[in-house]
Design a protein around this ligand. Structure first.
Ligand code: SF4
Ligand code: SF4
Length: 232
């Protein structure tokens, strides 16, 4: 009983720290279903979710805005700050931990646009949402209008139940909205590779060609604002 209470207190302190630093939500998942290489030897994943500003997103009509571009980068900095502090908090308590950068591409012969550990993987395994036709993570409460961060750890955590199927139903709003025709329109299920859902190269190239005036590496976001999930 005492052990159970200590565990609850420990998890509460992680959630409290994350939220007090600016995370909208936190979730925990078991990543032992992945290869040891993919999960870098860790067994648990903490995913943090940061809701994007509605005021900023409301300005996106036919193309991204400079304000959105700046917001995207600001949120990434906030994510890196929160995940670093969470990982240090866990290490101070004796649990090996690793904060994954919010936005980072690593050399992968199969996917030039992938990170060291995909934030979406932890989010899906925690059961907080699914992967949309757009290949974006769709949070049950906020839709795709969230950015994700990850801490890998060996701390004992009570984990969520993984999502295994898409809940997009018959909706195709993001497919229609994409100016690069990069979204294939398929429904996701657990294990489906990202490139079966969307063409990351076409998406990136369109952003470079069409939105150079907005900023280097600008993100479009039209598939995100088109999604009805989580809209009030
Ligand atoms: S970010 Fe823009 S170009 Fe890329 S998939 Fe979404 S709508 Fe298409
Ligand atoms: S816009 Fe529709 S199809 Fe696309 S991710 Fe959202 S719910 Fe799924």
């Amino acid at each position: 009983m005492q052990k159970e209470e200590d565990q609850q207190l420990f998890e509460k302190s992680i959630r409290f720290l994350g939220k007090s630093l600016g995370a909208t939500e936190l979730s925990f998942s078991n990543i032992e279903v992945l290869t040891a290489e993919k999960r870098m030897g860790y067994s648990r994943c903490i995913t943090i979710f940061i809701r994007l500003s509605q005021g900023v997103l409301d300005q996106i009509k036919y193309e991204p805005t400079q304000t959105y571009f700046s917001h995207y980068r600001t949120v990434n900095r906030l994510i890196d700050d929160i995940t670093l502090r969470l990982s240090l908090f866990l290490e101070d308590r004796g649990y090996p931990s690793l904060a994954i950068p919010a936005s980072q591409s690593v050399a992968d012969p199969n996917d030039a646009f992938t990170g060291a550990f995909q934030h979406k993987t932890g989010a899906v395994l925690s059961g907080e949402g699914w992967i949309g036709r757009s290949a974006l993570f769709i949070h049950r409460n906020y839709g795709p209008r969230v950015r994700l961060g990850t801490v890998l750890t060996n701390a004992p955590l009570t984990v969520g139940v993984p999502t295994t199927r898409s809940e997009c139903g018959t909706c195709r709003a993001c497919v229609t909205a994409c100016p690069a025709m990069a979204i294939e329109g398929q429904l996701w299920e657990l294990g489906l590779p990202r490139n079966a859902l969307y063409d990351a190269y076409s998406c990136s190239q369109h952003m470079k060609d069409a939105y150079k005036h907005i900023g280097r590496g600008a993100v479009c976001g039209l598939c995100m604002v088109a999604c009805p999930v989580g809209k009030e």
